[in-house]
Design a protein around this ligand. Structure first.
Ligand code: PLP
Length: 436
C-alpha cells in the first residue's frame, strides 16, 4: 500500500516512509493512495482467531512488498501482549473493550503496532528517534511501546511538574533508549520546541527524528484491525445491520473504522458520538461547519473543536457524499446523560464504563430509538478508556469503588528527567546530542 497527501496525488510514498515522516511536506495528511479489498484474508476467520493471528494475516495483505507474512507475525507477537475483548451484552449491543493495554486507552493499539513495525522495517538501516511533547498518558504509551527496541530512541519533552509512568530501567542513563527531558515551561512550550526540532532539517536528518503523534498513518492503519476483530466475533449473531458507535474527538478511531469498511468489512453504519462539543456534527449532517471553541466536559478526550483528521474525512465526503451521509450519523450527549448512562449500564449489565464509552453507549441508544437502521440492528460500542482511569466519576455515577489494575497503578510512579533545560531550541537539541 502506498500513501499520498490529502492535498496532492503525487508523490506516492511507502508505508515505512509515511510512518517515519508522519506528515507530508505540503501540510496535508497521509492517506492510502488506493483502497484495497482484503476481505479474502479475514472473512474465513471466527472467534477462535486470536488478535496476533488476525494482525499477522491482515497486515501483510495491506503492506504487500514491505511486510512479508513472517515479519508480520513477529511484529504482531511483539506488539500485542494485550488483546481487545468483545463482550456481547444482548441482541442489540456489544462492547468492544480497547482498554486492556499499558495505559488503559485504545491509543495503545496503534502505538504498539507502530513501534513493532518500525523496528522490523528499520532493521539494519540506521536509527530512528521518536520525539514527542509528553502530557500524561501519551508519553507513557509511546515509551512502553518503544522501550528496548533496537535502533530506536524516544525523546519525551515534559513541561514542569512530576513525570509519571516511566520504567527507570529503560532510561538512557541506565542503558535503555528512553530520554525524558524536562523543559522549564508549559506543555505548549514543549510542543513548540518539538515542532521546531522536527523542522530543523539538518538536525532531524542527523538523528533520524520522527514523530508518533495521533495522525501518524502508522498508528491509524493498525486501528482498523480491532474493527475486524469485532466483526469476526459478532458475525455469527448478526440478523440484520451492523453498526459501530465511536466516541469521537479527533476522529482517528472513526476514520480507522471507515478504512476497515473500505478494506471490505461488511458494516452498515458508524455513529460519531460527541459530547457538548458537537459543532462538527453539522459537517456530518452535510451542513456548513463552523468551529466553536471547546468547552470542558466530563469526557475530556472529546473536547475538540476541529478534529485533527478533518482533511482525511473530507476526502471521503468529497469522493462520495451520498454514500457517506448514509454511513455516518452523529449524536451529541451531555454530561448528565453521560453519568446516567454509566449508572444504567451498571444496573442493567453489571459493567462499569468510563465516560467516553458512556457517550458512545448513549449515542447508540439514541440512534437505535430513531430507527435509522433495521429493527434487528446490532451496535458495537467502542470502550476506549478503562473505567479505573475515571474512578471518581464511576463512583459518582454508580456508587462503585473500582480497583486499579496493575498496569495502571504503575502509571502513578514518579521518575526523574535525565536533565532540566530552558525552553530554547539550542538547549533541547544540545540535550539530545549530549545523549549520543
Ligand atoms: C483519544 C480518546 C478518544 C477519542 O478518539 P479520537 O480518535 O480522538 O476521536 C475517545 N476516548 C478516549 C478514552 C480517548 O483517550
Amino acid at each position: 500500500m502506498q500513501f499520498r497527501s490529502t492535498r496532492s496525488n503525487k508523490p506516492l510514498v511507502s508505508f515505512k516512509d509515511a510512518a517515519l515522516r508522519c506528515l507530508p511536506p505540503d501540510g496535508g495528511l497521509y492517506v492510502p493512495a488506493r483502497v484495497m479489498d482484503i476481505r479474502q484474508f479475514f472473512l474465513y476467520m471466527d472467534a477462535a482467531t486470536s488478535y496476533p493471528e488476525l494482525v499477522a494475516a491482515v497486515a501483510p495483505a495491506l503492506l504487500q512488498g514491505e511486510l512479508n507474512p513472517f515479519s508480520a507475525s513477529r511484529v504482531a507477537e511483539s506488539a500485542f501482549d494485550f488483546e481487545p475483548e468483545l463482550i456481547r451484552l444482548d441482541d442489540e449491543f456489544s462492547l468492544l473493550n480497547l482498554h486492556n493495554g499499558p495505559t488503559g486507552l485504545y491509543k495503545d493499539f496503534g502505538i504498539a503496532f507502530l513501534a513493532a513495525v518500525m523496528e522490523e522495517l528499520l532493521k539494519n538501516s540506521g536509527q530512528a528517534m521518536i520525539l514527542s511533547a509528553a502530557r500524561g498518558d501519551s508519553g507513557v504509551s509511546i515509551a512502553r511501546a518503544f522501550q528496548r527496541r533496537k535502533g530506536m530512541y524516544v525523546v519525551l519533552a515534559y513541561p514542569s511538574g512530576p513525570i509519571r509512568g516511566l520504567d527507570p530501567s529503560t532510561l538512557i542513563t541506565n542503558g535503555g533508549n528512553i530520554v525524558p527531558i524536562q523543559i522549564r515551561g508549559t506543555f505548549d512550550d514543549c510542543q513548540r520546541l518539538v515542532n521546531a526540532t522536527i523542522n530543523d532539517r539538518n538536525f532531524a536528518e542527523r538523528y533520524g527524528v520522527t514523530s508518533a503523534n495521533a495522525i501518524n498513518p502508522g498508528r491509524l492503519l493498525p486501528q482498523t484491525f480491532y474493527y475486524l476483530y469485532a466483526f469476526i466475533r459478532i458475525k455469527k449473531y448478526l440478523k440484520e445491520d451492523l453498526v459501530f458507535s465511536v466516541p469521537s474527538g479527533n476522529f482517528g478511531n472513526l476514520m480507522a473504522g471507515l478504512y476497515a469498511w473500505k478494506f471490505g468489512m461488511p458494516v452498515n453504519g458508524f455513529i460519531a458520538a460527541m459530547n457538548a462539543n458537537n459543532a462538527f456534527g453539522d459537517f456530518i449532517r452535510g451542513k456548513q461547519f463552523t468551529p466553536r471553541p471547546p468547552v470542558a466536559t466530563n469526557s475530556p478526550a472529546l473536547d475538540v473543536s476541529v478534529p485533527a483528521n478533518y482533511e482525511r474525512l473530507l476526502s471521503f465526503y468529497e469522493e462520495a457524499p451520498a454514500v457517506m451521509h448514509n454511513m455516518v450519523y452523529s449524536a451529541s450527549i451531555n454530561d448528565s446523560l453521560t453519568l446516567k448512562t454509566m449508572e444504567q449500564v451498571w444496573k442493567k449489565y453489571h459493567i462499569l464504563m468510563d465516560p467516553h464509552t458512556a457517550v458512545a453507549f448513549a449515542a447508540a441508544e439514541e440512534l437505535s430509538a430513531s430507527k435509522k437502521w433495521g429493527d434487528h440492528t446490532h451496535t458495537v460500542i467502542l470502550a476506549t478508556g478503562h473505567p479505573a482511569k475515571e474512578a471518581a466519576l464511576v463512583l459518582q455515577a454508580t456508587g462503585q469503588i473500582i480497583p486499579i489494575p496493575e498496569p495502571l497503578s504503575l502509571m502513578q510512579k514518579k521518575t526523574d528527567p535525565i536533565t532540566i533545560i530552558d525552553p530554547q531550541l539550542e538547549d533541547l537539541e544540545g540535550a539530545i546530542a549530549g545523549c549520543f
